[in-house]
Design a protein around this ligand. Structure first.
Ligand code: PBE
Length: 267
């Protein structure tokens, strides 16, 4: 007798897009005949990467800029080939890009941006008392606040907030600026101005799938289906999937199902 294979375990981080992409991967695998399960919202990058290496998950959605800066601790951006060369000794690999970049940016409430004539990140130097509310992971990352502060000589003392509550804190006037993720659905509401990164501090954050190097060998049909997702999710699509989940409150699984129904992944 042949033992039934363990389901493929997909992890996700604790923000809307990661949950949506986690569901997309689970359902893409299932549609390819591979039992798969989602371990949603496990935590931040460090937790997901540790879970991947220890084998408690098999794959999760990640971003090239995050792999370079936060996982590999690179001081500059890395292309995907270099990322894979540096991940190889860790027994981990990244797949093809899904088709969009989700970068960090600093967003200022429109009234404050107009009042202070704030257009670029460099302009923040002129507004040392602007209340910055930054997400927990951003506050600790080298491609987050510590690096941004150094690159632009920023004098601010930011407060920490959960990204899921950032736009509400901004609108309620508790803070005047936040770190945004550029595919956030709530950016479309329009009362927030993204400061231009004139020093090109932020790298690209192309969405990819991170997995242990040997996982595709055990789940070839699932990874063939994942390969079929290459370039299938552009920034407009990702933002609208995020909006369905976060603004229309459609369950993640249903957002993923509707997307896959409209996206043939046959390879
Ligand atoms: N990002 C921006 C972060 C969150 C949003 C994609 C670079 C990350 O998860 O690494």
């Amino acid at each position: 007798a042949h033992a039934a294979p363990e389901p493929l375990r997909i992890g996700s981080k604790r923000f809307t897009e990661s949950y949506v992409l986690g569901e997309v991967l689970v359902q893409a695998a299932s549609r390819a005949g591979v039992p798969a399960e989602h371990k949603p919202g496990l935590g931040n990058t460090a937790i997901l990467f540790a879970a991947l290496r220890s084998g408690s998950i098999d794959a999760y959605p990640e971003y090239t800029g995050t792999i370079a800066a936060e996982i590999l601790k690179s001081s500059g951006p890395l292309d995907l080939a270099t990322i894979n060369a540096r991940l190889a000794p860790l027994g981990v690999a990244a797949t093809v890009p899904l088709g969009f970049s989700n970068s960090y940016a600093i967003g200022v409430r429109e009234d404050e941006a107009l009042r202070g004539n704030l257009v670029t990140l460099g302009d923040l130097v002129r507004a040392p008392r602007l209340a910055l509310g930054l997400s927990h992971e951003f506050l600790g990352r080298r491609d987050g606040w510590p690096g941004l502060k150094a690159a632009y000589s920023l004098p601010h003392s930011p407060t920490a907030l959960d990204h899921g509550l950032a736009y509400e804190a901004l609108n309620a006037g508790q803070v005047a600026a936040i770190d945004v993720y550029t595919t956030d659905a709530k950016l479309a509401r329009g009362n927030i101005v993204l400061l231009e990164d004139n020093k090109k501090f932020f790298p690209r954050y192309d969405a990819v799938i991170l997995h242990r190097a040997d996982t595709p060998k055990h789940y070839p049909m699932a990874f063939a289906a994942f390969a079929g997702l290459e370039g299938r999710i552009d920034e407009v699509t990702m933002r609208s999937l995020n909006a369905r989940a976060e603004i229309d409150h459609v369950p993640f699984a249903e957002v993923a199902r509707t997307f896959l129904d409209a996206t043939p992944t046959t390879v």
